[in-house]
Design a protein around this ligand. Structure first.
Ligand code: SF4
Length: 375
């Protein structure tokens, strides 16, 4: 199989933000050396080096490794993961870590894009989100990256506790002022087992009302589109030519490799997820034991239905011909009645060749997928 995309999970953070349930350890830098050894060992699964079109380092906070750690990790990765020409290499970063030395190391390692976990440019909202950086750190980080010619993908979070629509408007103005090439906008989710979830259960914080959350998201679409960003996927906005090619590979259901704790790889039919405990993953990899946590093997039909869901999250929607070629199924056989219902309700447009969601459909998208997946 010709795999052109890879993800590497770097599970270290300075502290765990109250809403976060990702696979990570906070304040456990003592594990970094063993992590490097385990990554090196896991990479040996790959017999012949992969020639990648995209490589994505996510976490956790890959930038927490610092300039030396980043160079060290790329030194290990390059033994098995080679960049094809024009390879997109993305690293997620906390604004606090984006020093001159870090930017220098990133550029030397071939990083072309930094996903900057800004979340907000308002000090009160950042505190409400339990983040450890200030607005000025986001601005400084974006400026350093731009000076070095590294593309900035700014992450923004909306529906933070206590946040108003006017606060979101101010955040959007500030975000547009940063002129990053790409913006991702996510609504805060209250995941079970997080500090935020337990505070909410005790009545100490409240979630933003759903209608307010929706208004916030609509403001984000309006403001970012007016500033020249293309709303090309439910949560993602890009200036022309700056879509995230790595995420596009996921949405095209192309196969990808993945390494590190909790990392999920996909071979076109089966999604295999590494053990989500950082220490268990390290111990198992280094002991030569099975370190895969879950294997989710899809039937051809399940894979085709999943292709519909990820396809419709994109503004381009689904073209019936390529869908049939890639999945072996007619789109209408699997979801003709759902599509008809969405069109009648103004949630989708169907020109006979291509189906795509309207803005209303995009806003409701998570509520539509059960119609396709039969869940
Ligand atoms: S920095 Fe990101 S990955 Fe780390 S705890 Fe906070 S939200 Fe989670």
């Amino acid at each position: 199989m010709n795999i052109r995309h890879a993800y590497v999970h770097v599970p270290f953070c300075r502290h765990r933000c109250g809403y976060c349930d990702f696979t990570l350890v906070a304040g456990r830098d003592d594990l970094v050396e063993r992590y490097f050894s385990a990554i090196e060992r896991e990479l040996s699964r790959v017999e012949t080096p992969l020639h990648l079109d995209t490589l994505y380092l996510g976490g956790g906070t890959p930038s927490h490794l610092g300039p030396r750690g980043l160079r060290r990790l790329f030194g290990i990765l390059r033994t098995r993961l080679a960049s094809a020409a024009q390879c997109e290499v993305t690293v997620e970063a906390n604004p606090l870590d984006v020093t001159d030395a870090f930017v220098e190391a990133a550029a030397d390692c071939g990083v072309t894009r930094v996903s900057l976990g800004g979340q907000s440019l308002d000090a009160t909202t950042l505190r409400a989100l339990d983040r450890d950086h200030a607005p000025v750190d986001v601005v400084a980080a974006a400026e350093r990256l731009r000076q070095r010619g590294i593309v900035v993908n700014l992450d923004l979070m909306i529906a933070a506790p206590g946040q108003s629509v006017a606060d979101v408007d101010r955040d959007l103005e500030a975000a547009v002022g940063l002129s990053s090439e790409h913006v991702s906008v996510y609504c805060l989710t209250w995941e079970k087992g997080t500090a935020f979830d337990s505070q909410r259960r005790k009545g100490l914080v409240a979630a933003v009302d759903e209608t307010v959350e929706r208004a916030m998201f609509e403001r984000a679409i309006d403001r970012l589109e007016a500033a020249g960003y293309e709303h090309y996927e439910v949560s993602n906005f890009a200036r022309p030519g700056f879509r995230c090619r790595h995420n596009e590979a996921y949405w095209d259901c192309r196969p990808w490799e993945a390494f590190g704790p909790g990392a999920a790889r996909f071979d076109g039919r089966t999604r295999s997820t590494n053990h989500r405990s950082v220490t268990a993953w390290i111990d198992r990899v280094l002991a030569g034991a099975d370190f895969t946590g879950d294997r989710d093997a899809m039937t051809d039909e399940q894979a085709a239905r999943e292709r519909i869901v990820v396809g419709l999250r994109r503004r381009d929607g689904i073209d019936r011909g390529p869908f049939l070629d890639a999945s072996g199924f007619e789109l209408d056989t699997l979801s003709g009645s759902a599509i008809g219902g969405w069109v009648a309700a103004g949630l989708a447009i169907d020109d006979g060749r291509r189906v795509r969601l309207t803005r209303e459909g995009m806003l409701l998208s998570d509520g539509l997928w059960a119609d396709v997946l039969g869940a």
